[in-house]
Design a protein. Structure first.
Length: 481
């Protein structure tokens, strides 16, 4: 900042001081040298004009009656005036006579018709003229003389006073230059300070926009640039944060994808290994595997489970696709739930489970019927599958203050609170043995979660006093009835 101050302020101060001092000095010198010449010319022109007026005034009166006008002319123009005839006899002399140093010997000489001329000596400068002046009674010679010594003395006085005037001019120039330099440089210094902060991405300070000159226009342009840069930096920061979030999300998804693929590989490898072992034993008639009918049925059951797993993986892959979209349409939720329940009549009766329903009729919502049916089916299937024999499973569809609520409750079961969140992850089972006959594939609730999330239907899994309750809420905005 000091360097900048010295650079801008110093240059402005130096240039302005020199300009003011040189300008004042030139004016002083011009005044000194040109004032005498200007004054001489002014004096001569004034005398010429005055004499012309005098000629007009006395042309109609005799010389004996013109004394008052001649006195007025001599006094008004501060000149010496004599009126003589052609023989040189003095006809008029003013009360205070300014001595005419030298009269021409021949009054009829051509000089009598000339303009004013000067006679200069070392002591004084006198301008004199001889002009014919016509009166009513004849033509006479007007001898006019004027001393211009006072203007020469004034010029000499000015020259003697020059050192003092020069000092005053210098002081005024320095003071004026200092004020001018500060007035000009301060806005530039403020603009430079704002620009430096902008370079450090600090847009808190703004330039003053008061003036309407080029500096004010520069301040407004810089402020506009600051606002645009601040907005661009804000957008860039937001975009950068979003990019970081996207990258982090992509990393998490990639990690989940790798984990999912590793789990799928394990889930597919286990049944395939089991079937291959049984088939190899039957081919070679090893031990108990000689009973082919028994182990063919087991192999078939394993392959059925594997087929169900593959189907669920395919369904899940559809849900995870980037271009996946729901086919939303009006759906009778009441009929959909009733149809799903009917499919589990045999399964529930085989376990002697009491299946209770409380379905409110004529409930219609906006949803994808295929995927919603899959989600509700998985929930009811889990409720029956994990309920002990002779338990009760209750399915209810009722109105609430904020929409419709589907509740699926089974008795005789309990889930550890720490395990509830994990149940919605892929290949997570409550049954620790990982047996598909008792624990399923581990994808059911994961698929339910994805279906309900894309529909934006809130859900909850929680323990009750005597069982487990799964709740799905359908907001009022989704209803079409």
């Amino acid at each position: 900042m000091d360097k900048l101050r010295q650079g801008i302020t110093g240059k402005i101060f130096l240039i302005t001081s020199l300009l003011l001092f040189v300008s004042a000095l030139l004016i002083f010198l011009l005044f000194y040298f040109l004032l005498p010449s200007f004054y001489y010319q002014y004096k001569m022109n004034r005398l010429e004009n005055g004499f012309h007026i005098l000629k007009t005034q006395v042309a109609s009166i005799p010389v004996t009656e013109a004394q008052e006008k001649l006195d007025t002319f001599a006094k008004q123009y501060n000149v010496g005036l004599l009126i003589v005839d052609l023989e040189g006899n003095v006809i008029y002399r003013p009360p205070i006579y300014i001595l005419i140093k030298r009269l021409p010997a021949d009054l009829s000489a051509p000089s009598l018709q000339g303009r004013f001329r000067s006679n200069e000596t070392k002591e004084e400068r006198i301008y004199s003229a001889q002009k014919p002046l016509s009166f009513l009674d004849g033509t006479y010679i007007a001898l006019i003389s004027a001393t211009l010594q006072p203007i020469d003395e004034a010029s000499d006085a000015i020259f003697m006073f020059m050192p003092y005037v020069g000092l005053i001019i210098l002081l005024i120039s320095l003071g004026g230059a200092m004020v001018y330099a500060k007035v000009i440089s301060q806005p530039l210094l403020r603009i430079n300070r704002v620009a430096k902060r902008m370079a450090q991405l600090d847009f808190s300070e703004k330039c003053e926009e008061g003036s309407q000159d080029e500096i004010g226009e520069l301040s407004r342009s810089l402020n506009e640039l600051s606002r645009n840069l601040e907005a661009a930096m804000s957008d860039l920061t937001k975009a950068n944060a979003k990019l970081k979030d996207d990258i982090q999300r992509e990393r998490e998804q990639e990690a989940k994808r790798r984990e999912f693929l590793a789990t799928i590989s394990h889930e597919l490898k286990s049944p395939i290994t089991a079937v291959m072992g049984q088939l190899e034993g039957m081919i070679h008639n090893i031990g108990a595997y000689r009973d082919r009918d028994k182990y063919l049925q087991r192999s078939y059951a394993i392959m059925q489970g594997l087929r169900e797993l593959v189907n669920e993986i395919l369904e899940l892959s559809k849900l995870e696709r980037v271009d996946f979209s729901l086919k939303l349409e009006p759906v009778s939720l009441s009929k959909l739930v009733e149809n799903v329940i009917k499919r589990f009549d045999y399964f529930s009766s085989s376990k002697q489970i009491h299946l209770q329903t409380n379905i409110q009729p004529a409930v219609h919502i906006h949803a994808d019927p295929t995927w919603l049916e899959k989600a509700i089916s998985n929930v009811i299937d889990n409720a029956i599958k994990y309920a002990p024999e002779k338990a009760t499973v209750t399915v209810s569809l009722t109105d609430t203050d904020d929409g419709v609520c589907l509740r699926v409750h089974n008795t005789g079961t309990h889930i550890e609170e720490s395990e509830i969140e994990r149940l919605f992850q892929a290949f997570t089972r409550v049954e620790r043995s990982r047996n598909r006959n008792t624990g399923g594939s581990g994808l059911g609730l994961f698929i339910v979660k994805r279906i309900l999330e894309v529909h934006r239907f809130p859900y909850q899994l929680a323990n009750t006093e005597n069982g487990v309750l799964f709740t799905i809420r359908f907001p009022a905005s989704s209803r079409t009835d």
